[in-house]
Design a protein around this ligand. Sequence first.
Ligand code: ADP
Length: 561
Amino acid sequence: MDRVLSHLTLNTRQFHELTLRMRVVLSQLPLSLTVLLIVVGGFLFHRDLLASQAFLVGVGLQVVLLAVCVLVPWHRLPHASFLVIPLLDFVPIGLMRHGAGTVITGVGLLAVFPVIWLAASGLYPRAALAVGFLASLGIVWAPVFVGGAAVSLESLTQSFLLPFIMLAIGVTIRVMTASMMAQQAVVEEKDRALQVLLEESARRERLLETVVNSVDIGLMAVDEAGRPMLTNRKLEHFRALAGGTGDAPEADLQIFQQDGQSAMPEARRPTRRAAEGQVFSDYLLWWGERPHQRVLSTSSRLMTNQAGSREGSVVTFNDVTELVTALNAKDEFVATVSHELRTPLTAIRGYLELLTGMPDLQPEVASGLEVVSRNSERLHKLVVDLLSTAEGSPEITPVPTDLSELVVQRVANARERNINPQVRFEDSTEPGLVALCDASRIGQVLDNLLSNAVKYSPGGGRVTVRAAEVDGEVECSVTDQGSGMSAEELRGVFSKFFRTSAARNAAIPGVGLGLAISKAIVERHGGTISCRSVEGEGSTFTFRLPLAYAGRNQQLQSQER
Ligand code: ADP
């Protein structure tokens, strides 16, 4: 019943979803039901009404029209064909009005139904209003002309109000329908746009899923609380490797530290770190137990919303087991070879010392020994560097050390060793700087920076050494006016075996280990080292070490004591 009512009240949303035939029948039904009501009323209270032939023909025509509505396949006919029904409705209405005469008044008002239908159809709006008006006029005038009585102004204007009322109703319905249709058009347009958006979003989702599952790295997106929002198949594989089944939390996975055995503390596991908003790259973790253990390099990046606030992170897991194995093999090889080289080299250096110390050496022998000695020193330095690199973290014994003194000594040594007369040294070190460091190791760093400054300044220039207390640390820098480096080269300058193409092309001796070792030494002290460089203008290498005492004065006093 609700449905019927809602259709009858022209609940357009549902009404438009019906078939055309159903809509035609429902549009005709109010008139047919009202006629039925009049017929029943007439049968009960005004029997003489049923004696009127015109009335009965009108009712019959109404029944025929309803049957036409039901039987005609409207959808196969041109769209506006159904308008013939409201047009024809005026005929039975006219007949019934004429037949009812004065027995039942107001039957002419039934014209309101076809008028509403015509106006609400939205088709040919002006013609529909005109037809409604003229047909209503026809209803009231036809009996005047057909009745045989004299046509007078009085008889013509007797029911003149009806067509105008119908016109007013038609206009009102037309205005309401137009506004409703406009609203409906807007809603339909929005509906279409929404549909397009939904399809687009479904397409993107399929694309994302395909891409995410076809890459060879594990992926996981987590919200701010660390709850997974998206994972891919590769990650499931890694999780299975670490004993993680189903939704097992990260804390239950077998994730180990570098030794492959000590469990990685929960707070240092990648998803947990990502959930805390940390951004990291190349964070190595050992997944699963031996012998199936894999090394994964993990990285995390923040996801932000349009307002720029964090709404989660994406964590990637990349299997680098082969790379790590190869690097370990390389380190082992370097360590073995340098060990093997060290023993014969020690013997060579020992005998060289003996030979160069011998009296009465012929000058050509002495100069030959000098060349051998210089080259064996270079070889020795290389072997020491290689061993030190293979060792990993250098051993240090930090004690309060007068860094100013150390810098002065090392600059003096560099000046002595310097073979390029176009290089000038300038030492602007503040006195009395005491750092907590291993003097021989930091000396090694200074030697390396100073010798690089000379080596990579083939055209000469000033090498300036500065040391001062900065932000509670000792800062020491070596600046040259040499070849400098490009921004690209600068990124790899502290990597093992790194050499700039300029250094290689100019055949400047070196293997690219000095800075990697210097970095390891400074970092072992809890310090930092960095480099600024401009190609063709020069470079500045700066390292910072912790101060031995809270303040310099305090330290000077304690030294004096
Ligand atoms: P080595 O000097 O033995 O090659 P290092 O580790 O000390 O090794 O330096 C690595 C590379 O960095 C050098 O080969 C050189 O290309 C570049 N480099 C280092 N210091 C400087 C500098 N002061 N100016 C320009 N390039 C430098």
